[in-house]
Ligand binder design. Sequence first.
Ligand SMILES: Cc1ncc(COP(=O)(O)O)c(C=O)c1O
Length: 416
Amino acid sequence: MQHHSSDWEPRYARRAARMSGSEIRELLKLLEQPDVISFAGGIPDPALFPEAEARAAGAEIMADPKRARSALQYAVSEGDPGLRSWIAAHMTGLGVPCDSDNILVTSGSQQALDFLGRMLLMPGDTTLVRWPTYLGALQAFNAYEPRYDRLDPEGANIDAAGYAAAARDGDPTRAVKFAYTVPDFANPTGATMTLGAREKTLGLADALDIAVIEDAAYTALRYEGKPVPSIMAIDVARSGDVNASRVIYCGTFSKTLSPGLRVGWICASKALISRLVLVKQASDLNSPPLNQMIIHRLAETVFDAKVEEARGEYRRRRDLMLAALERHMPAGVSWTKPEGGLFIWVSFPDSVDTKALLERSVAEAKVAFVPGRAFHADGSGGNTARFSFSLASAAQIDTGIMALAPLISQDAQPIS
Ligand SMILES: Cc1ncc(COP(=O)(O)O)c(C=O)c1O
């Protein structure tokens, strides 16, 4: 059959079928109207960026001819040596004693997720994820054609043999390859895994002999309660050696310093890092050295102060949103009370479809949020939604939740 040269569909690889445009992105286009109060985007508040410090750091680097040339040149794939060593010290402070050889700098932790999918997944392999989980992780992994099963360490049944049999599904070459989780203040739920749930996840990984990908994107943003050791710290404490760990830790500066500079990292055993360096080389050779140098400078000078400031500001907004939900939401609606991060997860009565609710909400109440279905690998969760408090002002938070509430009462009416 003759195809017109603009008909691209027949030319795509099979994996492209799983890279469908997100229906959420389509819905979020509606939000470009300036009068809509948005609880949808999960992005950091730009008012918290270390803008003056980044400007000064960039100018200082570019004013020094030697550093300017390094900043403008190709660079080693592993990442800026000074930055890697700062990250290794940071990880050591988080209970994971390690050195620079355990660190690969990535272009955000999103690139880390892509690389790990590439390194670990064969088509048909299973990855264990939370239900719901970070949408960007599903998008990154989908390119490698995995299947998903539910990681539920808070549930009663953590049956390794059952997971393995389901993954094989009659084909002995298929296996469970890793478990992926965001243990602190998850996107989208805001939930934090207990120490027990972390230990159970490790126990399951031991029984299946698989890796655990620990996505620590929000870990620094804790507003209350005591930090829980990372899954990697728990694992390293057992063996005494990061190089013996089955955990792969993905960190990022996106939520603390700047998402635009695109600097994140993987902390893992030396053996895995040295293989991942080859993936980095093949993918983009290196992350931009100027960005890494700026992040290194900011990390050394303002990291703690900026994290403190962000915590105070987001804590205040979280409290306002929790209070507004309490004040305005009708009976039958429940929500998480996150100890940190940027998100509250709201569950509506079963009769509410949050995608339809969003359409009405944008049109009638001028309020936006993200419907929950997209975060579920199995397409469930139609009555749930993610609300972010990261960008809204105090007045918008109360006004927005108040405007939304009457729509829910109407939506929740049983259809007679
Ligand atoms: C849980 C989680 N992981 C990873 C990322 C990716 O962030 P970045 O690539 O900017 O580090 C995000 C961004 O929203 C996230 O929410």
